[in-house]
Design a protein. Structure first.
Length: 190
């Protein structure tokens, strides 16, 4: 229903479209128990594209982004010395943010400040399996979602964006934890 509302709103906006490819880094706040080990998210990277529809103060901006982030896995071994085993794995996902934005300082000048917020459906593509840990793609919920807010600054054709995503679903099955992401990205617009 929300998606339909956003699509109808986008159809009502004037026809100007801004294309904004970007790359960035992300920091995830996740720490949880999974099976017989713990996982804690770390730093990752992302690349994607956003579109901006609308010439007025308000605009609609859907996007598609590839995210890869690292998770540190830890567990105690079954050996006598009770050694702690640690491995890093990576998890890849596609994120499709659907945001509404507002231009805070107008458009068309050398610099423009804008804010946005919306929903972020995501789909987990893969997880790198590790020998000492029983973790595979079946341990993850493939479809997840979150809500995000962000600020952006356009400087001529360049963009700088900071977004914070609140996790609304669990990426690891039965973990009870919902991750939050802080993402900083740079891009160009045309």
């Amino acid at each position: 229903m929300l998606f339909t509302f956003l699509m109808v709103l986008a159809a009502q906006l004037p026809a100007q479209v801004v294309v904004n490819p970007k790359v960035g880094i992300n920091f995830s706040g996740f720490k949880g128990d999974i099976k017989d080990f713990q996982a804690e998210s770390r730093v990752g990277w992302n690349a994607g594209i956003d579109l901006r529809f609308g010439e007025s103060a308000f605009y609609f901006t859907p996007g598609l982004h590839y995210y890869s982030f690292t998770a540190e896995l830890q567990k105690n071994s079954n050996l006598q010395d009770n050694i702690q085993l640690e491995e890093n794995t990576s998890i890849q996902s596609l994120r499709a943010p659907l945001n509404l934005g507002i231009r805070l300082t107008g458009e068309g000048g050398l610099m423009a400040l804008h804010a946005r917020g919306g929903i972020v459906p995501s789909y987990t593509l893969s997880v790198q399996e590790k020998e000492n840990f029983d973790l595979d793609i079946d341990d993850l919920n493939r479809f997840n979602y979150g809500a995000n807010v962000g600020l952006g600054l356009d400087i001529a054709i360049f963009t700088v964006d900071v977004n914070y995503e609140f996790g609304l679903s669990e990426p690891f099955k039965d973990s009870g934890e919902k991750p939050n992401f802080l993402t900083a990205s740079v891009g160009i617009k045309f």
